[in-house]
Ligand binder design. Structure first.
Ligand SMILES: Cc1ncc(COP(=O)(O)O)c(C=O)c1O
Length: 401
């Protein structure tokens, strides 16, 4: 039969975390007590007020039909109010805000809306997987910008050769960063915006973790900086900020012409969002935000627990000021994939190998802080015990390399 797979999908495999599900299911069904610290899916719930708003709205007979592709105006106004309060950024709810079915959907569709075959998309390495797959499916060339520890995991824009810079359409950035937990300073955002204006390219800043920060750090929006709306779009989401990953409530804000392309594409790709979810989203964005500070303290305590174990093991790690991950080095002689697979098999602890996020991620492991403290402590003990075994060579026959 013809028509099974398009040329655009050549080389595209099932996304790593989708492929992990049957592996985990098999372990669970054979009785293994798996602790999943591989994916960044918040284990804590949203506030009761958000849940009440959803169920109140879902009980209304008239709330089950199709909704506007751009979401209801009060939802866009709620995002505008959130950006005003948190970042002191003014947004026009009609032109500068497009609600999304989760930010991943928007990231993927934006690539299809703006990229042509032959265009270059600059992508951080390591980085969130959808920047690359979105570019590849659109026919554009993903070109990677290394995030190195010695540069505080910020890309060096000076590394982009002049002839490539001419073909660049979009530069992806994400701070606080997944997978490294790094944050970006104001000077960096200013440099990026000046690079973008100079080369006439779009900057897409993925601010998925802007509300999850520690130790008094406040993550800025790229739209706070002068001239940003001329060259930038920012993605945000309630997934991590408000513990609503399964609800699929995201947004793209910023440059109105780019957002108009995204909106046009979306009018063909989806048919809007369930009204009760939008109404609950409004409650999340405009209701009390103080609980977020308390929730961040929970993540911070978990972060410190993991850091203490890594410290004891003598492992090189970054103590993150934002996001929900710990990024640390594998034991010597192990690739990240072998390490993650063997750890899962031997201990039931599931972590994400750094190499899935790009070549620069090889040699690193990402651990998600999305588990209660007692489970994290259990996972860290299992990992530390096994780590000591492999370091002292007690473990025989385990694949290295
Ligand atoms: C950096 C980054 N961007 C975007 C997303 C997608 O979030 P969502 O689609 O749930 O809004 C994630 C999810 O893990 C992420 O880590």
């Amino acid at each position: 039969m013809r028509g099974i797979r398009s040329r655009r999908m050549e080389g595209l495999e099932v996304q790593y975390f989708a492929g992990l599900v049957p592996v985990i299911d098999q372990l669970l069904s054979s009785g293994v007590d798996v602790i999943r610290l591989d994916i960044g899916s918040p284990d804590l719930p949203p506030t009761q007020r958000v849940i009440d708003a959803l169920s109140r709205s879902a009980r209304r007979e008239t709330h089950h039909g199709y909704q506007p592709h751009k979401g209801i105006l009060p939802l866009r106004e709620a995002w505008a109010s959130f950006y005003r309060q948190r970042f002191k950024v003014e947004l026009d709810p009609d032109q500068e805000i497009v609600p999304l079915l989760g930010s991943k959907e928007g990231i993927f569709h934006l690539c299809q809306a703006i990229l042509n075959p032959g265009d270059v998309a600059l992508i951080p390495d390591p980085g969130y997987l959808t920047y690359e797959s979105g570019a590849s499916v659109s026919g554009a060339e993903p070109t990677f910008l290394a995030l190195r520890k010695e540069n505080d995991y910020l890309p060096d824009l000076g590394e982009v050769p002049e002839e490539i810079a001419e073909r660049v359409r979009v530069l992806w950035l994400n701070y606080p960063n997944n997978p490294t937990g790094a944050v970006a300073n104001e000077h960096f955002f200013e440099q990026v915006l000046s690079f973008a204006s100079q080369h006439d390219i779009l900057v897409c800043h993925d601010a998925a973790y802007s509300s999850v920060t520690y130790d008094g750090y406040r993550a800025p929006s790229i739209l706070e900086f002068p001239g940003a709306k001329e060259v930038a779009v920012e993605f945000n989401t309630l997934s991590k900020s408000h513990n609503m990953a399964g609800w699929r409530v995201g947004v793209a804000v910023g440059n109105s012409r780019v957002l108009s392309s995204l909106y046009t594409l979306k009018t063909h790709a989806d048919s809007g969002q369930f009204l009760p979810i939008m109404e609950a989203g409004i409650e999340a964005l405009t209701g009390d935000q103080e609980w977020i500070e308390e929730r961040n303290k929970v993540y911070r305590q978990r972060r410190d627990l993991v850091a203490a174990v890594l410290q004891d093991l003598g492992v090189d790690y970054l103590l993150p000021k934002g996001a929900i991950y710990m990024w640390f080095s594998c034991p010597t002689g192990w690739t990240s994939t072998r390490f993650a697979q063997a750890l899962l098999r031997r201990t039931g602890v599931s972590l994400a190998p750094g190499s899935i996020f790009g070549d620069q991620g090889e040699g690193f492991i990402r651990l998600s802080l999305c588990a209660p403290e007692h489970r994290l402590a259990d996972a860290m003990k299992r990992m530390a015990d096994w780590w000591s075994e492999i370091s002292t060579g007690e473990l025989k026959g385990e694949p290295h390399g």
